[in-house]
Design a protein around this ligand. Structure first.
Ligand SMILES: [Zn+2]
Ligand SMILES: [Zn+2]
Length: 235
């Protein structure tokens, strides 16, 4: 009965603590380590924990932090060779921008603390660099039914129920089938979620499915204006 390997969200939080500790390892009795162990146990990404007693306990958190030592050029020692491949990936993606790492980690922790029911897993969430929790949080914000209705109604009243980037109009192309259809993209960067606990209509942009996919394709996400520029001057 072994627990599943650490996932992105968890490694982001462990790396964040590694940096907060001053690029070193904290032992299992430290309150920051105990706190992180508690948060990891509340992450909504594991339906089951085969060995709940040992799952991400403070010792495990400390060991995970020590796995980052070997990637750190500041560390003079040799470092351990064990660990999984994803640790290196996370190090490469986040270690050169600790401020961004801090924001993402805080957003994940805040999201967990909110205890909102996040939707079931999405098939593309594994590839999301900032982890599953924030991806689901983004999707939840885009699917806030009241706000989406409001945004769509406002646009429809002005005869503008079409993609704000490429002007694709589902009704025009698909006739009755496409009537009233459009997707919403939540324009606040996930790194700012820690400061914005709620969603406003003004933060939702109406986009077609293609433009929505393109908005999500790069890190950090393209803004609506960036994508506009791509469309008018394709490179
Ligand atoms: Zn579009
Ligand atoms: Zn989106």
């Amino acid at each position: 009965m072994r627990n599943p390997p650490w996932q992105r969200d968890e490694l982001i939080l462990a790396l964040d603590l590694y940096f907060r500790a001053g690029r070193t390892v904290l032992d299992a009795t430290r309150k920051e380590v105990i706190e992180l162990s508690r948060i990891l146990n509340e992450l909504p990404i594991y339906p089951t924990r085969p060995d709940a007693e040992h799952f991400r306990n403070p010792n495990g958190v400390g060991m995970k932090m020590s796995n980052f030592l070997r990637f750190d050029p500041k560390y003079a020692g040799k470092g351990l060779v064990r660990g999984n491949r994803l640790e290196k990936v996370i190090w490469d993606e986040f270690a050169n921008d600790p401020a961004y790492l801090r924001k993402i980690a805080q957003s994940i922790m805040d999201s967990v603390a909110l205890k909102t029911a996040l939707p079931a897993p999405y098939e593309d969430e594994d590839e999301f660099p900032e982890g599953k929790v924030l991806y689901r949080q983004h999707r939840t914000r885009e699917r806030n039914r009241n706000l989406v209705e409001q945004a769509k109604n406002q646009a429809a009243e002005q005869g503008q129920l079409r993609c704000v980037v490429c002007s694709f109009d589902f009704n025009k192309v698909y006739g009755d089938l496409g009537k009233g259809y459009i997707e919403c993209h939540h324009t606040v960067p996930i790194s700012e979620y820690a400061d914005r606990k709620t969603t406003k209509t003004s933060e939702l942009a109406l986009v077609c499915s293609n433009c929505h996919a393109m908005l999500h394709r790069r890190r950090p996400w393209l803004s609506i204006m960036d994508l506009n520029a791509v469309i008018s001057h394709p490179k």
